[in-house]
Structures are given as structure tokens and as C-alpha cells.
Design a protein around this ligand. Structure first.
Ligand code: URA
Length: 441
């Protein structure tokens, strides 16, 4: 007999384990309107406090995935892979990565999200390209995939609708930061892409949602195990988010940096992370069995200009002005450039990603409320990196702002520490290849 909503909530409240059938009934009941928002909220809080077993996390992921449609496979035999990042500061890697991997012969049907909290979102960055549309129908996304090998779009209404509604409840009931709920939410969308392989970039550090390595490693393991058990081979990397990634924060600025990466002239750290994630995607997509060979192919696709060409084609097919690739001045630009100078001579020993992310958010690069409009032209360009020696008065950063407030400059200056100590060289990738194992059902 089907359990009542109150019985399911009581079961979880008392720390009992649900059957997979009960979890499917819970999600279906919620979508059908038989379970009210307040009952789902109570169940979410009970799950937050009591946790979910591996079996429950798997069932929840699959129930949320089954709540909607999946992207259909086209005629092409080409294998499909994708990457998901848990979010950071200055993380624009998806933009160069998708065309790069497509240029190496795989399909990348990338469904991305918008900025969340202090982190930027791929869709918001892409929308700084004039005319670019992320709202693509399934039929159009298939045509774009067949033409250029990748598409970059938002979650359509029929992909994982249960996640959309549950996420909205989690957001307002303090139940976001819960590993099994995060796993089910991320994978219900990514697995709807009907992939042959998924690479997960789990960020660790001050600028990430996961501040410590233990929690990040646990999330990475859960993601790869659930993905693997649901039929999509997955690999996770742990990467450092203790300083901003690359040299830009803000939408237009991050598109510029992405184009530089595709030209082979991007910053070393973003380029390295793009290549490392891409190499794992090529292995999952069976382009090669050697990591060394995968990296070489990816570097070739950068230096030949082939990946940049694909990016321009995708921009055009999604309604954007592809001339931005050769003329960056076509991207929206904030009115003023505020110079942030070093108050003293020394070595840059720390750059606080969270402080810069919040400054960028206050400049208008992100949303504080869902209804806020983003200003694509604002942001922060880093002119000094960790470990750089700077003279007094030397440039640390440039703020792209619509006003000239001196407070912006003070806040950016405070995010840099300049001293005598040389910082330890931080490792960009903390863990290279966490692979999935099958969970018992
Ligand atoms: N991103 C998602 O899509 N869902 C979460 O729960 C957290 C991050």
C-alpha cells in the first residue's frame, strides 16, 4: 500500500531508510500535486538532518531524472561527454572546454546553470555575447550538436522538473548544503543529457561551496558512484579554489579570457585546468587511452585555432554576434576602469576569492534576488598573481565599474595581501582521477 506523505516524513524524521519505490512515489506525488510544498519541505529538512543512504541517494537521483525528458541521441554515432563544476570564482572553464573537446571528435551537449550564491554561471557569461540565446529547444540543440559537436544551453522546462521545484524549496528552507540532495540535483540534470561519460570538477577552498578537502572528496565519490551506477561512467577531479581561477571575474571579462584560452594565450591555470578536464573527457569518450596523448591532442586543437573556430560557429548558431571572437570591443563594457594599486612593495602572498566575488556581485555581475538583472560589463581583472613581486603603486587589479566609488578600490585592495613571505605554490589539482564504482541497489 502507498504510504501517506506524513508517513514518509515520519519515517525520515525517525532516521529510517526509504525503499526505492517509496522515493519514486514521493517525487511523483510531489509532481502530481498529492504532496504539498510544505510536506516536501518537511521531508527535505528531515533528510538534511538524518541524511540519506547511498541507495536512497541513487533512487532520488533516478526519480528526479525520470521526472522529465532526456536529450535524444541524434543519428550521429559520436560518443557524448560533459563536465560539471561545483562552482567557484572566475571559473569560466566550460566556455573553452566544450568547443575544445568537440574539436577532438566528441559531442558535448552542455546544459548549464546560472550564477549561484557568490559563484558565476556559464549561462550568464554566454549571455554577455550580444544576441546569444541559451534558451534552445531540444530539436534546435540536436541540429547545433550535429553541426558543431557541442551546444551550450539552459535547463529546458521538461528536463528534471522535480529538481527545479525541489531546488526552489531548498533555497528557502536552508536545505541546500546537503550532500545527497546536491548529488541528486546535479546528476538529475546532467544524466538527462544521455551521456557516455561525465567529468566532475569538485572545487575545494575559500571560494568554493566545499571549504575542506574531506567534504569535497566525499561529494566527489558520491557523484561518481551514483553516476556510474545509473549507467554513466564518471570521473572526478578535486581542484583548488583558494584563490580566483585565471585573471578575470565578471561576465564579459570571463568571455574575453575564454577566447584567449582558445587562442592559446590564456592564463596558465585556467588553460591547465581546461586541458586536464578535457583529457579526462577524451578518455571517457574513448578518443584515446593515453592521458599524454589526450593532452597533446587538446593542445593541438588550441594552437591550430580549430577549437576557436568551433566556438565562433556555435555562437552564430545560437544567435550571437560571432564577430566578438575577433573584436572583443563588441562585448558590453562598463563605463569606468578603477585602478587598484599596491599600497607597498612586496610579494603577493594571498588573494581572497570570496572578497573579490562579493565585490563583483555588488558591482552587478550576479544576482542577489532571482529577479535581479545582471550587468555583463562589470567585473575585476587581476593584474598580479599569487607569488608576484610588486612595487609600491604597481597595479594589482582593474575594476570595471559603472560608478567611480573609492570603496570598490578599497575592497579590492583589501582582498590582496602583500608582504615579505613568499606563498607556498598552491597545487591547482588536488586529486586527479576519482573513479566511480557501482553501488548496490
Ligand atoms: N548545483 C545544483 O544544480 N544543485 C545543487 O544542489 C547544488 C549545486
Amino acid at each position: 500500500m502507498k504510504k501517506s506523505p506524513a508517513a514518509l516524513i515520519a519515517e525520515k524524521r525517525d532516521g529510517k531508510e526509504h525503499s526505492a519505490d517509496d522515493i519514486h512515489a514521493l517525487i511523483q506525488g510531489f509532481l502530481d500535486g498529492d504532496i504539498a510544498d510544505y510536506q516536501m519541505s518537511a521531508w527535505l529538512m528531515a533528510s538534511y538532518l538524518r541524511g540519506l543512504s547511498q541507495g536512497e541517494m541513487l533512487a532520488l537521483t533516478e526519480a528526479m531524472l525520470d521526472s522529465g525528458r532526456r536529450l535524444e541521441r541524434g543519428r550521429a554515432e559520436t560518443l557524448r561527454v560533459d563536465k560539471h563544476s561545483t562552482g567557484g570564482v572566475g571559473d569560466k572553464v566550460s566556455l573553452p572546454l566544450a568547443p575544445l573537446v568537440a574539436a577532438c571528435g566528441l559531442q558535448v551537449p552542455m546544459i548549464s546553470g546560472r550564477g549561484l550564491g557568490h559563484t558565476g554561471g556559464t549561462l550568464d557569461k554566454l549571455e554577455s555575447i550580444p544576441g546569444f540565446s541559451v534558451n534552445i529547444s531540444q530539436a534546435r540543440s540536436r541540429r547545433i550538436l550535429d553541426r558543431v559537436g557541442f551546444v551550450m544551453m539552459g535547463q529546458t522546462r521538461d528536463i528534471a522538473p522535480a529538481d527545479r521545484r525541489i531546488y526552489a524549496l531548498r533555497d528557502v528552507t536552508a536545505t541546500v548544503a546537503c550532500e545527497p540532495l546536491i548529488v541528486a540535483s546535479i546528476l538529475s540534470k546532467k544524466l538527462a543529457e544521455t551521456l557516455d561519460g561525465l567529468v566532475l570538477d569538485v572545487k575545494v577552498g575559500r571560494g568554493a561551496f566545499m571549504k575542506d578537502e574531506k567534504a569535497a572528496r566525499s561529494l566527489a565519490r558520491s557523484l561518481v558512484d551514483v553516476s556510474q551506477t545509473s549507467g554513466t561512467p564518471a570521473v572526478a577531479l578535486l581542484s583548488n579554489m583558494d584563490t580566483p581561477l585565471g585573471t578575470s571575474i565578471g561576465n564579459t571579462l570571463e568571455v574575453k579570457e575564454s577566447i584567449a584560452i582558445l587562442r592559446g594565450t590564456g592564463p596558465a591555470d585556467t588553460t591547465e585546468l581546461t586541458i586536464e578536464l578535457g583529457a579526462q573527457m577524451l578518455l571517457l569518450g574513448k578518443v584515446t587511452t593515453s592521458l599524454v596523448n589526450a593532452r597533446r591532442r587538446l593542445r593541438q586543437a588550441l594552437t591550430s585555432g580549430y577549437a576557436l573556430e568551433r566556438f565562433a560557429q556555435m555562437v552564430e548558431l545560437q544567435g550571437g554576434d560571432a564577430r566578438v571572437v575577433d573584436d572583443l570591443s563588441l562585448l558590453p563594457q562598463a563605463r569606468h576602469r578603477l585602478l587598484v594599486k599596491s599600497p607597498k612593495a612586496g610579494t603577493v602572498s594571498d588573494i581572497d576569492p570570496l572578497a573579490l566575488a562579493h565585490l563583483s556581485l555588488d558591482l552587478g555581475s550576479g544576482r542577489k534576488r532571482a529577479s535581479d538583472k545582471i550587468d555583463p560589463g562589470v567585473g575585476i581583472e587581476l593584474k598580479a598573481q599569487l607569488g608576484d613581486r610588486v612595487a609600491q603603486g604597481e597595479l594589482l587589479a582593474v575594476i570595471w565599474s559603472q560608478d567611480r566609488s573609492a570603496l570598490h578600490v578599497q575592497r579590492a585592495q583589501a582582498a590582496f595581501r602583500v608582504g615579505r613571505a613568499r606563498p607556498e605554490n598552491p597545487r591547482l589539482i588536488l586529486s586527479h582521477r576519482i573513479v566511480g564504482k557501482s553501488l548496490s541497489r
